[in-house]
Design a protein around this ligand. Structure first.
Ligand SMILES: Cc1cc2nc3c(=O)[nH]c(=O)nc-3n(C[C@H](O)[C@H](O)[C@H](O)COP(=O)(O)O)c2cc1C
Ligand code: SF4
Length: 415
């Protein structure tokens, strides 16, 4: 069993423009059940399901909701992070375009459990074509009384607004995303204050990824405990992954935790083009780490991937075949970060630029030992002293390449 249909079970089952068709297949029953059982029962369910945030940071969703519920403050906000800016990551858009009402239902449940009055969806600029789908879902949910005042006669008010980003990777970071929603330049800020206490418009805010939220209604209705029956250590349930690069059938797949990387690349994604050898595999997008084909028989779980030196992160998997050199790959990855650094803090702004320059020198064969030492130092300093997650993780790929391919970083080794 290499794929499952838990989170994707509604795909193709209803017309995504029709709330009545969604209700015919059980839509909004999870909300009704959540309201009937009460917030504590949802929190208990989430705690048992051990869902790790699917946006990349892997923070426990149940714990986040519990903390958000406990925070004191009026007019709390739920934000759905639909920025999906991480490279090779394109699984959230499948959930948005194939099951928009489930996402809306999930946000209403989050609002009810946490005690929020408003929900915001922050969607990347490039997904403008999906705006009408979400706007229609919001409008119809309002028309049917699932949004607005006194939802299900429980005295609970909740509304959802859709925001679009302007195309910056950094706006997927929580504080930058919030500033962008507030109409300010989308740049991260120092923490504390933490978002949960003072987020959008200084109101307590709970931020979750599209996939993290989308799991919740399915989990509430999962009487047969399908999700909970898939257990591999601390990895429970299913995961949406996106596979890209030099494979025959790139795409998005819902897998049970525990299938091997080989099954993902060779069965689901159809293998490497023209049966070429794999040069490297990057996990979790540009800010992720890389591995060689030695990882192929590793089960795709949080702990197994970590033990193998990489991470699940955003769920993106990029396969690079032997035609691309490791150095060229690193240069391409570095171009991304040099472009996307918001420039606000020195380690990230200057560090990304200088690493880019040294990688270029390596490609020309003019890098000195001092350059390579400096590059290692900069990478370390960036990960320790950058203001936000972008600068902290920008050098993950480079640092894992240094471990896997040490010869490349010897003078003359890049040739
Ligand atoms: C530079 C940067 C970009 C990010 N981009 C995204 C993104 O596109 N989507 C996302 O869900 N999380 C992204 N994150 C992680 C979010 O900051 C946050 O951890 C996540 O949305 C929380 O949701 P979760 O706990 O459900 O995963 C990004 C983080 C950083 C530092
Ligand atoms: S780490 Fe980079 S992206 Fe983050 S605030 Fe600093 S300069 Fe901006």
């Amino acid at each position: 069993m290499t794929t499952v249909k838990f989170l994707t079970k509604n795909f193709g089952k209803y017309n995504v423009e029709s709330i009545s068709e969604y209700m015919e297949i059980g839509g909004f029953s999870a909300l009704k059940k959540a309201v009937a059982d009460g917030p504590d029962s949802v929190l208990e369910l989430l705690a048992a399901a051990k869902i790790r945030g699917r946006g990349g940071a892997e923070y426990d969703v149940g714990r986040k909701w519990s903390q958000a519920r406990d925070v004191k403050g009026e007019n709390k906000i739920i934000i759905c992070n639909a920025d999906e800016g991480e490279t090779t990551t394109f699984k959230d858009r499948e959930l948005i375009k194939n099951d928009p009402f489930n996402l809306i239902e999930a946000m209403i449940i989050a609002g009810y459990v946490i005690g929020a009055t408003e929900g915001f969806i922050y969607m990347r600029a490039e997904y403008a074509c999906y705006r009408p789908i979400l706007l229609n879902a919001i409008a119809q949910a309002k028309e049917y009384g699932f949004l607005g005042k006194n939802i299900l006669n429980k005295g609970f008010d909740f509304n959802i607004k859709l925001y679009s980003g302007a195309g910056a990777y950094v706006c997927g970071e929580g504080t930058a995303l919030i500033r962008s929603i507030e109409g300010k330049a989308g740049r991260p800020r120092m923490k504390p204050p933490f978002i949960k206490q003072s987020g959008a418009f200084a109101r307590p805010t709970c931020l979750n990824n599209v996939e993290s939220l989308s799991i919740v209604p399915h989990l509430i209705l999962d009487d047969e405990k399908v999700y909970m029956s898939i257990v591999r250590g601390i990895s429970v349930g299913t995961k949406m992954i996106s596979v890209a690069g030099n494979v025959n059938k790139p795409g998005v797949f819902e897998i049970p935790f525990g299938v091997t990387v080989r099954e993902i690349i060779y069965d689901l994604a159809g293998g490497v083009q023209d049966n070429r050898k794999i040069r490297l595999i990057q996990f979790g997008g540009a800010s992720g780490k890389i591995a060689t084909d030695a990882i192929l028989d590793t089960p795709y779980t949080y702990e197994d991937l970590r033990a193998a030196g990489v991470m699940v992160g955003s769920g993106g998997i990029l396969v690079i075949d032997e035609r691309t050199s490791v150095l060229d790959f690193l240069r391409m990855n570095q171009d991304f970060f040099s472009e996307e650094s918001c420039g606000q803090c020195t380690p990230c702004r200057e560090g990304n630029l200088h690493i880019k320059i040294i990688l270029e020198k390596m490609a020309e064969g003019t890098a000195t030992e001092t350059d390579i030492c400096m590059m290692k130092k900069i990478a370390r300093v960036m990960s320790m002293s950058s203001l936000c997650g972008l600068g902290e993780t920008a050098q993950n790929t480079l640092m894992s390449a240094m471990k896997l391919f040490p010869e490349l970083f010897e003078i003359g080794g890049a040739k």
